[in-house]
Design a protein around this ligand. Structure first.
Ligand SMILES: NC(=O)c1ccc[n+]([C@@H]2O[C@H](COP(=O)([O-])OP(=O)(O)OC[C@H]3O[C@@H](n4cnc5c(N)ncnc54)[C@H](O)[C@@H]3O)[C@@H](O)[C@H]2O)c1
Ligand SMILES: [Zn+2]
Ligand SMILES: [Zn+2]
Length: 383
């Protein structure tokens, strides 16, 4: 099969690989129809994630058709059109039993914090991902679901991570009727978090980024007020000013480890790897939220510490909430919002790229070129 392969920072290419075999009775092999590149993949692509091995296939957002199932699989059969959450999880451990699918205890021998994620380095379990023609799906009876007939392929694809994560970000904000919600980051996760905030009762939604084309999308797609942080000496002062001096009720970090806006933080994290990620957006969130408010962190950070303004968070009495998204937990609500027309996830897809040209896809998405927001990858067999 054709598969994306990591060769080192900023280097990916497509190679021939063996079609993955069934390794366990509850595995399924899925023929990928669509995959996506996620902002999280950029952390791998930029060499930010420990133990990202040469030869690994990335891709944790994908849908496809079941090609083969192991002997114990009961919920899926060959030919089923399935969507697969980015989390790999057993469904029965202490954490899965409590809905913490992203924190499953049985799928990742390399870390105790994070569970398993497709195509996301050996730190996250060492599983190959779906930017390929075929992918092995462990615990096939647990994670995947048959795509409802009425749902489009691209909408289903967005449900496997970005949409679910944006929605989860708003959910962890504990938004009360009329709340002012600020979202840092106008990538896919931030756009979906902003749109979801309205569904949870927000009274104002403000999206902050420095890329005008993405901010424009936040205005049209998520109906948000937009602020370009590059136009202000101090974005925190602007956030306080626009909220009557108090700060926002809820702030969502949809940026994560590679935040721009402060050279020192950027160099010590992205370049020198002295921090698990640059906490610029997170610190802006802590500073921009009102006392007693909630900061919801969807942006991803590496395992090492980061210079987070913890004392200020403590003294302001903030609630900090965060996790990798337990994707499948969000699906029932997302399905009804999509079916009712409240959310149109595929509206943010900007690029459809053949798998054989995936290196170009990474280059465009990483460089924020060609007004790219969400690139979708189409394997040759599915095109
Ligand atoms: N928690 C989860 O389960 C989960 C799931 C998916 C993605 N993520 C993470 O969410 C983050 C966003 O993902 P994405 O796909 O939207 O990525 P993306 O790279 O497309 O978007 C990030 C956006 O943040 C903007 N930005 C950079 N610095 C900023 C700053 N200081 N303030 C405001 N905006 C700033 C960038 O210009 C960009 O538009 C990533 O860190 C990703 O790893 C987490
Ligand atoms: Zn992702
Ligand atoms: Zn589990």
């Amino acid at each position: 099969m054709r598969a994306m392969v990591y060769r080192g920072p900023y280097k990916v290419r497509v190679e021939e690989k063996d079609i993955p075999p069934i390794e366990h009775p509850n595995d399924a092999i899925v023929a990928v129809q669509l995959a996506a590149i996620c902002g999280s993949d950029l952390h791998l692509y930029h060499g930010m994630m420990p133990d990202t091995r040469v030869g690994m296939t990335f891709g944790h957002e994908f849908i496809g058709v079941v090609h083969e199932v192991g002997p114990s699989v009961q919920n899926l059969k060959p030919g089923d059109r399935v969507m697969v959450p980015f989390n790999i999880y057993c469904g029965s451990c202490y954490f899965c039993a409590r809905g913490l699918y992203s924190n499953c205890h049985n799928v990742n021998p390399n870390a105790t914090a994070v569970g398993g994620i497709y195509g996301y380095s050996h730190t996250c379990g060492g599983y190959d991902g779906g930017q390929a023609e075929f992918v092995r799906v462990p615990f096939a009876d647990v994670g995947p679901a048959v795509i409802p007939d009425w749902m489009s392929d691209e909408d289903a694809l967005m449900c496997t991570d970005a949409l679910a994560t944006g929605y989860f970000g708003a959910q962890l904000g504990d938004i009360a009727e009329g709340d002012v919600v600020v979202v840092f980051g106008a990538g896919p996760v931030g756009l979906y978090a902003a749109a979801s905030s309205w569904l949870m009762g927000a009274g104002r939604v403000i999206v902050v980024d420095y890329l005008d084309y993405r901010l424009e999308k936040a205005r049209t797609f998520a109906n948000a007020e937009i602020v370009n942080f590059a136009e202000y000496d101090d974005i925190v002062v602007e956030m306080k000013t626009t909220t009557g001096g108090l700060g926002a009720d809820v702030v969502i970090d949809a940026v994560g480890a590679e935040a721009d806006g402060n050279l020192l933080q950027h160099v010590t994290s992205a370049k020198l790897k002295m921090q698990g990620g640059s906490p610029i957006a997170l610190n802006w969130a802590i500073d921009s939220v009102r006392k007693g408010g909630t900061v919801s962190v969807m942006g991803a950070y590496g395992p090492m510490f980061s210079a987070v303004k913890f004392g200020d968070a403590m003294n302001k009495g903030l609630t900090l909430r965060m996790n990798q998204c337990p994707v499948k937990r969000q699906w029932p609500r997302l399905f009804s919002h999509i079916q009712n027309g409240y959310l149109k996830p595929s509206d943010i897809v900007t690029h459809r790229i053949p798998l054989d040209h995936i290196a170009e896809g990474y280059h465009i998405f990483s460089g924020k070129l060609d007004n790219c927001i969400k690139p979708v990858i189409v394997p040759s067999a599915a095109a």
